[in-house]
Ligand binder design. Structure first.
Ligand code: FCB
Length: 484
């Protein structure tokens, strides 16, 4: 366990206090310049994260079926730059090179997702063996290079054939997802030790089913409620089924979590924050850990809940994956799609990324403290954290991205702080390994620690890659080292 005092002594001299997480900035004023940083605990995993549709390409190869993101991205006007994931980073053919880069960085883990339409082209029935073969090759290569695979079964690329039957708004999908999970684990469960069921069900339910700016482009609160509830059910059902056949594997799921604060001191914004918090955080966390929906949403969900559902959803998890990007500052908005709430201004002076998202490392400590205090302190991994910036072009074999280095560094310090405060955090996977297809933003937003030239598909590691590699090697860089 890291002691708080070690953290305080670890702050490097010369860092602007304003750039630091709140608590650490206060501490720095009193701390002498350090000789070396604190240590992330032995066994803490550093790695990188990706998702299938965003990087794989090869959408028509080896029997893969169409996904909702193929349909959506090929619909004119849906993607900002008119692009799609047909080629993306061509990871399907270049995975060995990508694994090699991770091995060179010294990463202990890689979190990736499996494309359901590669495994079951139309979402049901016998597995498509060549599709599973791809993940088999990937997993074997990772293991051979000492990078532990961490697989996610669903990162938003639903088989289109299932969408044609209503997708996540049709309750039948619970059985389909459970079958898909079992088929996939039957092939890969002997080598992949850790499995997440879903990626960010709240984001998929909100953006894909209420806002409609993500696939499948459905709109309306009713669709949100059905999609969210059926994802909760599918997650519980699949964890139970897979645990019965693979009792030794680590099983969990991945949520996007963020502290939600009213953007002003108006009482109606405070109420809006409670509703928004339920939609973003509570409607995932409370059913899984407590077997109920937050009081404020229970009535909304009543029409889609059947007897026994909440018992099925509440299931022990071996870990929770947490995707953290920043806090939400919200306002009351009667036309707002998220429970009559919307995004308001960030607090004055808040730094932002190229997405316009606030940079708030201390929010990560707050999210983990909430899991510790209200949800039994589950074992957690930061399964996504990172930032888009308008990087310069590659030069002399690298890309200079100091803002991303600072972003990652500040969030690793927040991880250390959370661990020092008793949170059961076990690893950090940066989003993302590669610049990739950023959903509705297309290729206009670069989150990678490795630059991808989308014309030639050439990879160029950025300075942030070198930084994380130094952290992984245990070098006392920027106040952070790993190791015993
Ligand atoms: C998360 C998604 C991930 C990526 C990042 C920037 O919500 O899980 O695929 O788009 O945001």
């Amino acid at each position: 366990m890291i002691r708080r005092r070690d953290l305080l002594l670890a702050m490097p001299a010369g860092l602007a206090a304003s750039a630091l997480p709140r608590d650490l900035a206060l501490a720095q004023a009193a701390a002498p310049a350090p000789a070396a940083g604190p240590r992330l605990p032995a066994g803490f995993t550093l790695g990188a994260s990706t998702s299938s549709y965003q990087i794989e390409g090869a959408v028509n190869e080896d029997g893969r079926g169409a996904s909702i993101w193929d349909t959506f991205s090929h619909t004119p006007g849906r993607i900002k730059d008119g692009s799609n994931g047909d080629v993306a980073c061509d990871h399907y053919h270049r995975f060995a090179e990508d694994v090699e880069l991770m091995a060179q960085a010294g990463f202990g883990g890689y979190r990736f997702s499996i494309a359901w339409p590669r495994v079951q082209p139309d979402g049901t029935g016998a597995p498509n063996v060549p599709g599973l073969d791809f993940y088999d090759r990937l997993v074997d290569r990772l293991l051979a290079r000492g990078v532990k695979p961490f697989a996610c079964l669903y990162h938003w690329d639903l088989p289109q054939a299932l969408q044609d039957k209503g997708g996540w708004t049709n309750r039948d999908i619970v059985g389909c997802f459970t079958d898909y999970a079992q088929l996939t684990l039957a092939r890969l469960g002997d080598r992949v030790p850790r499995w997440a069921m879903l990626n960010e069900p709240s984001v998929h339910a909100i953006f894909g089913h209420a806002f409609g700016n993500h696939a499948p482009g459905m709109t309306g609160w009713k669709n949100y409620l059905a999609a969210q509830h059926h994802m909760n059910l599918a997650q519980g059902s699949a964890i139970r089924a897979v645990r019965a056949s693979h009792p030794r594997l680590g099983l969990g799921t991945v949520f996007s979590l963020q502290p939600v604060l009213p953007a002003t001191d108006k009482p109606q914004d405070a109420q809006a924050a409670v509703r928004f918090d339920a939609a973003w955080n509570g409607n995932n966390l409370d059913p899984l850990f407590h077997g109920r929906y937050p009081q404020i949403s229970a009535g909304d969900f009543a029409p889609v809940i059947r007897d026994g559902d909440l018992d099925l959803i509440k299931v022990p998890v071996d870990f929770l994956g947490v995707n953290y990007y920043g806090r939400a500052h919200v306002i009351d908005d009667p036309n707002g799609v998220i429970a009559g709430a919307g995004w308001g201004p960030h607090p004055p002076g808040t730094r932002t990324t190229a997405m316009g998202w606030p940079i708030e490392p201390h929010g990560l400590v707050e999210v983990l403290a909430r899991l510790r205090d209200d949800y039994g302190n589950p074992q957690t991994f930061i399964t996504e954290n990172g930032a888009a910036y308008d990087d310069p072009a590659p030069k002399a074999g690298t890309v200079n991205d100091p803002a991303r280095v600072a972003f990652i560094r500040e969030h690793l310090l927040a991880c250390q702080q959370a661990i020092a405060e008793g949170c059961a955090l076990k690893g950090y996977y940066v989003w993302s390994l590669l610049d990739n297809f950023e959903w509705a933003e297309g290729y206009s937003r670069r989150f990678g620690i490795i630059h991808v030239d989308f014309a030639t598909l050439q990879r160029t590691p950025k300075a942030s890659f070198a930084y994380l590699a130094a952290v992984a090697r245990g070098e006392p860089t920027g106040g952070i080292v790993t190791g015993p």
